[in-house]
Design a binder for this molecule. Structure first.
Ligand code: EPZ
Length: 450
């Protein structure tokens, strides 16, 4: 039985113009949870226990994929040692959870990732490295492109070939085979997050040491390194953007806590800034979003930073600025749509250049329907700030675009209805409940009332 959240309402209605105030806790990071869940496939007859896993559609999809491969996935109360839930059992605690998940991995697992699940979520490609490393073979349908551009996995495959894998692509399926992966020095042409993660997991069971240079530096990479370390893999990330991994014969049961979601946290901080309220986000690691805080300060926002919490305060109208999305520690592409929504109300003209993905401005037309004045020139958005947005019926084109439209609706006059919320449920746990707890007038419209 799928654990899908697809039954969640697909339209969110927002009454804008209310300054938000209050405190919300950041969820576990979606982009940390997905790779560390895939890492369980390195185990044989052992268990991986994760804490602070967010209850998201993408997490449920990854859990479904692991179950299809033969892994028993326990969640919530079941994972805390009471009666184990059967494979495929629904999450025992739908809704907001800071849950524990346990992955009980048999000696043998299937090596074929089902197309339906891979098509549903690009991060399914993260099972390739661990499956190949633990069993010598893997079959993975090529992940599709999506609304933010084509998203190949050529860097993943190039690294695996360097480690001795034989790769064939037939009818859109990657067939990988390797009797024994060998440790190598690998240079990534681009600091790809997914390629870094797949190759780190492959290296865990390779023969000898693997050195990967020009790795992604996102905090989620450190979280994966911690999980591999907990499973007995000697791993060292050096400040020069290089990781050293000594392959082991076999890994043992491990456990780790998923780090806070820096993108979700900053989305709520921006909600406070844009509505002129006072919002605190707790259980965060501020160092994970220094670039965002620097740009907020440059734009004139007021905020305070504590060890594990950040509070934004009412301030004057934001000032325009220029920014370019970059791999970490640069400004994250996953906050680009939300920041453009905020800058659409700033004084002056702002320039936002998207350097990571090819086409991550599809949402701009939807913001313009709400009264924004955004023109796209190549991979740069030119944003002429307006004094007010007005509510409209809009549609989310992807996860972060949906978040940007929700932020715009919170500041707009009148009612905004955001459709295709299915994208938002992929990455924002209980966003309606969290916004209501901050005073937001937010309702989900059941399908039959649309
Ligand atoms: C991860 O995607 C995140 N997803 C993305 O978050 C995030 O936007 C992205 O990293 C960049 O930070 C997860 O972690 C599950 P990449 P990933 O490999 O690994 C090109 C969200 O909203 N590329 O760093 O797919 C690629 O096409 C999502 O939470 C190749 O050309 O990102 C893209 O243009 C969206 N060949 C760029 O590199 C490859 O082999 C960045 O990709 C791999 C990537």
């Amino acid at each position: 039985m799928s654990d899908s959240l697809s039954g969640m309402p697909n339209v969110m209605s927002i009454e804008g113009g209310i300054p938000l105030s209050g405190t919300v806790r950041a969820q576990g990071a979606k982009n940390a949870a997905l790779p560390v869940m895939a890492a369980c496939l390195l185990l044989k007859g052992q268990t991986l226990t994760l804490e602070n896993v967010p209850d998201l559609q993408d997490v449920r999809t990854m859990a479904d994929l692991l179950k299809t491969l033969g892994v028993t996935v326990e969640t919530g109360t079941a994972a805390s040692g009471t009666t184990p839930s059967a494979p495929g059992a629904a999450l025992s605690h739908p809704g907001p959870s800071h849950g524990q998940m346990r992955f009980i991995v048999p000696e043998e697992v299937s090596s074929e990732a089902p197309e339906a699940l891979v098509r549903k979520m690009r991060a399914s490609s993260l099972v390739l490295g661990p499956l190949l490393a633990r069993g010598g073979q893997a079959a993975l349908p090529l992940p599709g492109g999506c609304s933010i551009g084509s998203r190949p996995i050529d860097l993943h495959l190039k690294g695996l070939v360097q480690m001795g894998a034989k790769i064939e692509i037939r009818s859109g399926v990657v067939y990988a085979q390797a009797d024994q992966l060998r440790g190598r020095r690998i240079y990534l042409d681009f600091p790809s997050v997914g390629a870094t993660e797949n190759l780190m997991m492959a290296a865990a069971l390779a023969h000898g040491e693997t050195i990967i240079e020009n790795i992604a530096r996102e905090p989620e990479i450190d979280n994966l390194a911690a999980v591999l370390g907990s499973m007995g893999v000697p791993i060292e990330i050096e400040g020069t953007g290089c990781v050293r991994i000594k392959g082991v014969e076999e890994v043992h049961s491990g456990s780790e806590r998923v780090i806070p979601d820096r993108i979700e946290a900053c989305t709520y901080l921006l909600a406070g800034v844009m509505t002129g309220g006072q919002v605190t986000v707790t259980d965060v690691i501020p160092a994970h979003f220094d670039s965002m805080l620097a740009k907020l300060e440059e734009a004139g926002a007021r905020f305070s930073v504590r060890r594990d919490a950040v509070t934004v305060f009412p301030a004057q109208r934001l000032q325009s600025l220029s920014l370019k999305t970059m791999p970490f520690p640069g400004f994250p592409t996953d906050l680009q749509p939300q920041m453009v929504a905020a800058l659409s109300l700033a004084g002056g003209v702002s320039m936002v250049e998207e350097s990571v993905f090819q086409a991550r401005f599809l949402y701009a037309d939807e913001l313009n329907r709400m009264g924004a004045n955004i023109r796209i020139r190549g991979n740069t958005a030119v944003i002429s700030g307006v004094s007010q947005l007005h509510g409209a019926d809009v549609r989310a084109t992807d996860l972060r675009a949906g978040a940007a439209l929700i932020l715009a609706g919170l500041t707009a006059t009148g009612q905004t209805r955001v459709g295709d919320m299915i994208h938002v449920w992929r990455g924002y746990e209980a966003i309606d409940e969290k916004l209501r707890s901050l005073g937001g007038r937010v309702e989900l419209i059941p399908e039959d009332e649309k």
